[in-house]
Design a binder for this molecule. Sequence first.
Ligand code: PMP
Length: 304
Amino acid sequence: MADRDGFIWKDGKLIPWREANTHVLTHSLHYGLSVFEGLRAYKTESGTAIFRLKEHTERLFNSAHIYMMKIPFDRSALIEAQKEVVRANQLESGYIRPIAFYGSEKMGVSPKGVTVHVAIAAWPWGAYLGADGMEKGIRVKTASFARHHINVTMARAKFAATYANSILANMEATDDGYDEALLLDVDGFVAEGSGENLFIVKGGVLYEPELSSALVGITRDTIITLAKDLGLEVRTRRLTRDDIYIADEAFFSGTAAEVTPIRELDNRQIGEGVRGPITAQLQQRYFDCVNGRLPQYVDWLSYV
Ligand code: PMP
């Protein structure tokens, strides 16, 4: 990723991609505290637009607030900077990664007094779990590793160290030939994928698990809005892994994963073992929405 043309926004200005470097004694590299976001920009008929830029930026600031990290820019500066990065890299569509992290002034657990840096990169990125998976559905395995307890790390924050837990789960699943992992919370209830929220469909109703130890996904919020607007009933409740085994349909949602159908969990076929009809409808609706084809949701698009 480091060796390519383009520009990265760092601490207030655009610099050449290859020069966006950081010292090896960066505090965040050693102790795992950086907060970040993942957004997508899509090509629409009226030009390239970043999807739900305001909400992602708000979550970035909330993540920083939870960990008492002071981002040295305000929301509007970072909103403008994210647009600038998409423009500077001449992207029609792509993924955007803002990150705030601690610098290298000192070692030791406490980051007090260490400078907070902010960087924003953007690059083209296709279907996160594969184009084939988007159509046919993916195979998922329940991880032997539990999601963090709510008092171990803070689930409302999107921050780097959570992803060590995601990596354990994802590597376990993919090493065994599955596409993605499902993480349960410490009580054994469904939490989320390693980088996605989960939905199931049962009897025509859309269910999401309680989000106690899961990230409150913005794509998830989009899906719930789209589903309700289509007249679907949406319920939130504790889900078990076998609720998924006997669901009619299941899918993951996330900025990177978008809407990815799940055709199998722990070697049990879900429903017909294909992308289900409600999943297909919501997936289509999602792509229509992010690509600016649904005028009622244009407020979610920020044109660059
Ligand atoms: N859970 C985790 C652990 C994630 O990393 C992501 C991706 N940010 C999500 C859920 C989905 O969040 P969003 O829809 O806001 O991208």
